[in-house]
Design a protein around this ligand. Sequence first.
Ligand SMILES: [Fe+2]
Length: 251
Amino acid sequence: MKSSSGSPVPRREKNAQCVKDHANYLLLTLATFLNYIRTAMASGRSAPASQSQGQTLLAAIKQDHREIEAYWNKYQQASGDIDAQTRWANQLTWEIARHSIGEELVVYPLLEEAMGEKGHQMAEHDRADHQVVKNGLKKIESLKVGSAEFNQILSTIMSELMEHIKTEEEQDFPQLESAIGYEKSLSVAKSFERTKHFVPTRSHPSAPNKPPFETLAGLLAAPLDKLRDAFSKFPSEQEKQQATAGIHPIN
Ligand SMILES: [Fe+2]
């Protein structure tokens, strides 16, 4: 390597430049990530304070499930309008990804901790269900929204997810709530809501689904430029509010 005057650049100077470039890259990545968190929270993809205060874990999870169903309905209703379907598909994927990671990080370890072997079996079953959903979401990432193949795979994902949701709501989590008690349920609900904020827009099947790696792997697996792109195609706040009207916390 030569300097602008044509003379060779000393090795020490070259190394210093490398370190500087690397530091700049890290700073840029960090700034982009912080900006992403700020944007996500400001745009309402974080839970409103009223939803995360005084709500049991089961209620918080049920509310998420109803939102997922609402976004799926909106996707189906938007048939023929590719732009609207793209926005609802993004919203649906976002909601499924952050909800799944919240459960994997906070709820499934608690099942194992509070309910021993029985809880472990439930958690493993639920993780396997999530893996099927993640694999499906990964598959449709490269497909055209609204195409027959996209719709067919998304329908399969959603019917599998509905079965999973039913099991969680009717069997796994009511038993968990009985095991941990009301106060603990309230505090875990808050952790669950907080954890969901740190989630990439797309679900990455290769990310481990057990702590302590999920957060880090999930974050590392999120291509930051893709995150920015994805933010440009979401339903408006008004559209989301209309889609989820009537979904209230159920304690
Ligand atoms: Fe789940």
